[in-house]
Design a protein around this ligand. Structure first.
Ligand SMILES: *Cc1c(COP(=O)(O)O)cnc(C)c1O
Length: 419
């Protein structure tokens, strides 16, 4: 048999975004002033009331195993929150607390999929979805969403992507990387297709509290019994409460799915950290004023950033309605000349930005859109302004070329076809 390794593990695609992040880190460690637009987590500190609850838990000796699916009180608090905020009715035995939202998703797909089952993933997507599906022996099926529709999948597109083998569809609203939010009408149309095709929908609602323009978050599972029983709702503490390091996520599903997830988890990791569970309880049940303050500050940065990007040459930003990212179409920079050399890809432009302008952006090939970048506004207003000045300076240095190459658009197309 020789010393071979798992084909499945070797097929996992390492994140290309890491290259830029690593380059930025290296420059920073050399004392270079780099502006990083890569942040995938809020820049705020975890609220004090949440920290205090964790300290209290330690002092009270709440430091032992809890039930594998999480404490009864936290699962009850999740139910109360789902009822109050999402209009969803669940009992504690339908809830599984996991080690972060990513772990929730991992467990969900382990419980849903058999080898070869297809999962429809609208592109652009959060880069972990395809890898999580593949690790659970599933097959990701990508649907490239149109810019005209705010990079959101339509009911017709979902219906067309379904085959005999389709098991589930991943919905992510508010969306990472686009910041787009599905309207009630769009969600109802998708729900109809999900019911008709008789598939599951995994609704990743991680950014549910970060939503702007007076819009209200809507959970697809709240539209009645038929969609409710096909919905697996997943969320967590990380983005809403600035608790990325605490690692608490949760899933709400049928009793059967929750039971299977609990049993998988009982062998995998046992319970999530007991102290973090107490902190999560405080996050859900305590004062929400810091969440509201965070949301307001993100909103201010969002509009500043979007409006400035709109005025820059070549760029076509998508107006985000949720989360903390602006998704920017960079197609018009492709084929332009920089110092006499043609820009052949968004990655090339990203390396020019980091090396010559000291600004890190995330190229979105791994998010299924090779023509775009993602800019996070989970950094201070001052940093945002400095970073945008630098991006603008770089764009001003570009010159038109004779024959403009469409290599990037072509790559996005072949990514979609490769599925
Ligand atoms: C950050 C994120 C998650 C998971 O976050 P955890 O840190 O694992 O709780 C899930 N989905 C999306 C879209 C995210 O951006």
């Amino acid at each position: 048999m020789a010393l071979t390794l798992s084909k499945k593990a070797m097929a996992v695609k390492p994140s290309s975004t890491l290259a830029i992040t690593a380059a930025a880190k290296k420059l920073r460690s050399e004392g270079v002033d780099v502006v990083g637009f890569g942040a995938g987590e809020p820049d705020f500190d975890t609220p004090d009331n949440i920290k205090a609850a964790a300290i209290q838990a330690i002092q009270d000796g709440f430091t032992k195993y809890t039930p594998a699916s999480g404490t009864e009180e936290l699962r009850q608090a999740v139910c109360d929150k789902l009822k109050r905020f999402n209009g969803l009715s669940y009992e504690p035995d339908q809830i599984v607390i996991s080690n972060g939202g990513k772990h929730s998703l991992t467990n969900i797909f382990e419980v849903l999929l058999n080898p070869g089952d297809e999962v429809v993933i609208p592109a652009p997507y959060w880069l972990s979805y395809p890898e999580i599906v593949k690790l659970a022996d599933g097959v990701p099926v990508f649907v490239t969403c149109s810019k005209e529709n705010g990079y959101k999948i339509t009911a017709e597109e979902l219906a067309a992507a379904c085959t005999e083998r389709t098991k589930a569809f991943i919905l992510n609203s508010p969306n990472n990387p686009t910041g787009s939010v599905y309207t009630e009408e769009e969600l109802r149309a998708l729900a109809e297709v999900i019911i008709e095709k008789d598939i599951y929908v995994v609704s990743d609602e991680m950014y549910e509290n970060l939503i702007y323009d007076g819009k209200k978050h809507i959970s697809i599972g709240s539209f009645g019994e038929e969609i409710y029983k096909r919905t697996i709702t997943c969320s967590g503490m990380a983005k809403s409460y600035s608790m990325t390091g605490w690692r608490i996520g949760y899933t709400a599903a049928s009793k059967e799915i929750a039971r299977l997830m609990g049993s998988v988890q009982s062998h995998q990791t046992s319970n999530p950290n007991s102290i973090a569970q107490k902190a999560a309880l405080e996050a859900l049940c305590g004062s929400q004023t810091t969440v509201e303050r965070m949301q307001k500050e993100f909103d201010r940065r969002r509009m500043n950033m979007y409006n400035r990007l709109l005025e820059m040459p070549y760029l076509e930003p998508n107006l985000p309605v949720g989360a903390f990212y602006v998704f920017v179409d960079m197609s018009k920079t492709i084929g332009k000349l920089y110092k006499g050399k043609q820009i052949d890809s968004v990655e090339t432009l990203a390396s020019i930005l980091i090396n010559d302008y000291r600004v890190a952006v995330i190229p979105c090939a791994d998010f299924g859109f090779a023509t775009h970048i993602r800019l996070s506004y989970a950094i201070s207003m001052e940093q945002i302004e400095k970073g945008l000045d630098r991006i603008e300076a770089c764009l001003m240095a570009l010159e038109p070329a004779e024959a403009e190459v469409q290599a990037c658009a072509f790559r996005t197309e072949s990514l979609a076809k490769a599925s």
